[in-house]
Design a protein around this ligand. Structure first.
Ligand SMILES: [Zn+2]
Length: 158
């Protein structure tokens, strides 16, 4: 993983991603949220929605990238930062690379499917990634607690 330095605005934008994650949780989806920011403006927002959309690709990052690409009229988002509450999976890591996102900032680690160091680190592979620096652990406690509470409640219902 190429480390990116923390920015003063990281926590504020992660709060916005957390709000989108909570919304996803209220819809019964695994609570993950993402925001794409460019020049201090939120260009794209997304919440996890694979159940509602019957779509395995409907992860928060994909939704936020689509939203941002549409807003910008460009499938490439150079200079952007993507904030997401959970470490991206391999699919989302690929999409982030295709979009040429400059910085990826995530909250909690995902020991089961994380592709930014937990299971594999696709961003550390120079043959794949020349564009995206990554920064882990912003509001990690809150991001992780949201997921833990969701899965605990679901286990209780089952
Ligand atoms: Zn994903």
């Amino acid at each position: 993983m190429t480390p990116a330095h923390a920015n003063a605005d990281d926590e504020r934008w992660m709060d916005e991603a957390l709000a989108l994650a909570r919304e996803a949780g209220r819809r019964g989806e695994v609570p993950v949220g993402a925001v794409v920011v460019m020049d201090g403006v939120a260009l794209g927002r997304g919440g996890n929605a694979p159940i509602a959309a019957s779509d395995p690709t409907a992860h928060a990052e994909i939704a936020a990238l689509r939203d941002a690409g549409f807003a910008l009229g460009n499938y490439r988002l150079p200079g952007s930062t993507l904030y997401v509450t959970l470490e991206p999976c391999a699919m989302c890591a690929g999409a982030i690379m295709h979009a040429r996102v400059a910085r990826l900032v995530f909250g909690a680690r995902d020991p089961k499917t994380g592709a930014c160091g937990s299971v594999v680190d696709l961003f550390a592979e120079p043959r794949l990634n020349q564009h995206t620096a990554t920064h882990a652990g912003v509001r990690a406690g809150e991001c992780g607690a949201l997921l833990s509470a969701f899965f605990a409640a679901r286990r209780e219902r089952d």
